[in-house]
Design a protein around this ligand. Sequence first.
Ligand code: ATP
Ligand code: MG
Length: 171
Amino acid sequence: TPVVTVPELSLVALVGASGSGKSTFAARHFAPYEVVSSDACRGMVSNDEDDQSASADAFGLLGEIVARRLRRGLLTVVDATNVTRDSRAQLVALARAHDVLPVAVVLDVPVSVAAERQAARPGRGIDRRVVQRHHDQLRRSLRGLEREGFRVVHVLHGVDEVDAATVVRER
Ligand code: ATP
Ligand code: MG
């Protein structure tokens, strides 16, 4: 079974298309406050987790929370798609600014799975093309993650590996 090792003090960036199972994975393996979610931040600033026009404020808030947690020495998981290099660069910069290790955990599930799960959820205005775009972006991202500054990169290939994975914290 895949073992996802993370340093005890790290910034863990989940990377995956909408519907790939990031929030589910995060809830299974980390404590509630350890997970900072872009959707939750969108909700807090706009009342609507799906309001894409609130993204700038949401990510501003997310960065603020992550920075304050890292300053306090707390492991923090960023639950956002993180499929673009820009989004990840901000996280790598945050980790570096606080002397913690940036870790990437990629949920590389088939686009069909992500799209189907997404379609089964009520009220999420994310269509198949968006999921496909996320997937394409993720695929293009895979090779460069270490070069972007992630010190540990775990890629979980497919639903089985995502479901079987365990997370181990290392001192
Ligand atoms: P988003 O980026 O839109 O927030 P996400 O990557 O956080 O998506 P989840 O919300 O975790 O995805 O999962 C999407 C849907 O798929 C949910 O309905 C969830 O219950 C289901 N799901 C997630 N992971 C699994 C799994 N391992 N097995 C079966 N169903 C799953
Ligand atoms: Mg989610």
